[in-house]
Design a protein around this ligand. Structure first.
Ligand SMILES: *Cc1c(COP(=O)(O)O)cnc(C)c1O
Length: 331
């Protein structure tokens, strides 16, 4: 019996057998814990096996579960390279794991320091190293060779988790293909960014089947609402592939256009090359510029609170019209 049969036995006790008129078909039933059709579509999308995929409520849930599974409260640690995505430290804090910071090199366009990470991870009881690639909020990339080398050095010691939330915008191969050769390497992907499904809360962890199996055992019982699974299947439909590719190409070309315009802009002191769908830039007074832009109807993110990003804003690449409006508001 597969999980389908099991679900029917479990669900049959609790559900009402008659659906309300107009309600989506099957909404009165508990969803599959890991919807098989969606696993298949995602395995195809990412070029991996279904048993290498953990499907969660956004990759945020996978981050949370990983830390719960591998870090003991008050004893173990994660390592991160700030400025980076905030959720790693938030989830570590909830679990009572400590956070070892190995900052990106602000003097060298936020270059990632694999040697320093290795030293830090070896000196402390680090169980998970998070590598955000492209990095949020700076947009920079990490060399694949260096990540794989780090994973090899940390074999049997720590997991190396590569967060590819913005991978589609970077135009580089995913490290998911390296997992079979590096059992402590994991990759995070999400449907929230390039697929435009942030509201559906769907993200995946790709890794060795043993680790995926462990997360499946400790996850909430029915994490993926069936409506979200249906929305994701529609977005992943190969028939929509051409539309998705055009949308992605437009965002990438707009990123380049916006980067060039900003690099030449008198208000911009510094701009970091971005492989994602946002651009980080330094201005003289981020707070006042943020207010001016907001008054003109343009919302950007003030990222000045991040290490090394004093007076910096992060702007998301929008439609050509939105980007024009941003440039006008900046002038
Ligand atoms: C947005 C984002 C995520 C989380 O995405 P969800 O799948 O929506 O939880 C993970 N990592 C990075 C770097 C992000 O920017």
């Amino acid at each position: 019996m597969g999980t389908n049969g099991l679900k029917r036995i479990i669900g049959s006790n609790h559900i009402i057998p008659i659906n309300l008129p107009g309600a989506p078909a099957g909404i009165n039933r508990y969803p599959e814990p890991q919807p098989d059709a969606l696993l298949r579509a995602l395995a195809f999308e990412y070029g991996v096996e279904r048993q290498q995929l953990f499907l969660g409520r956004g990759s945020d849930e996978a981050i949370d579960l990983l830390i719960r599974a591998f870090c003991r409260c008050g004893q173990d640690a994660i390592a991160i390279s700030p400025p980076t995505f905030g959720m790693y430290a938030v989830a570590a804090g909830v679990q009572g794991a400590s956070v070892i910071s190995v900052p990106l090199n602000a003097q060298a366009d936020f270059a990632w320091d694999a040697q320093a990470l290795l030293a830090a991870a070896t000196a402390a009881p680090v169980k998970i190293v998070f590598v955000c690639n492209p990095n949020n909020p700076t947009g920079g990339l990490v060399a694949a060779d260096a990540v794989l080398e780090l994973a090899r050095e940390l074999t049997d010691q720590a997991l190396v988790v590569v967060d590819e939330a913005y991978g589609e915008f970077a135009g580089i191969p995913s490290l998911a293909g390296e997992i079979a050769a590096h059992p402590n390497l994991l990759v995070l992907r999400t449907l929230s960014k390039a697929f435009g499904l942030a509201g559906a809360r769907l993200g995946v962890l790709i890794g060795a089947p043993e680790i995926v199996g462990l997360l499946r055992r400790i996850m909430a019982p029915y994490p993926i609402p069936s409506l979200c699974a249906t929305a994701a299947l529609a977005a992943l439909d190969p028939a929509a592939g051409a539309i998705r590719a055009r949308r992605l190409a437009l965002i990438i070309s707009e990123r380049e256009r916006l980067s060039a315009a900003l690099a030449a802009h008198p208000k911009v002191r510094k701009l970091w090359p971005s492989a994602a769908n946002f651009i980080a830039l330094r201005v003289d007074d981020a707070q006042s510029l943020w207010c001016t832009l907001a008054e003109r109807g343009v919302l950007v993110r003030d990222v000045s609170h991040n290490l090394g990003l004093e007076n910096c804003l992060r702007v998301s690449v929008g439609t050509p019209a939105e980007n024009d409006r941003f440039l006008q508001a900046l002038a």
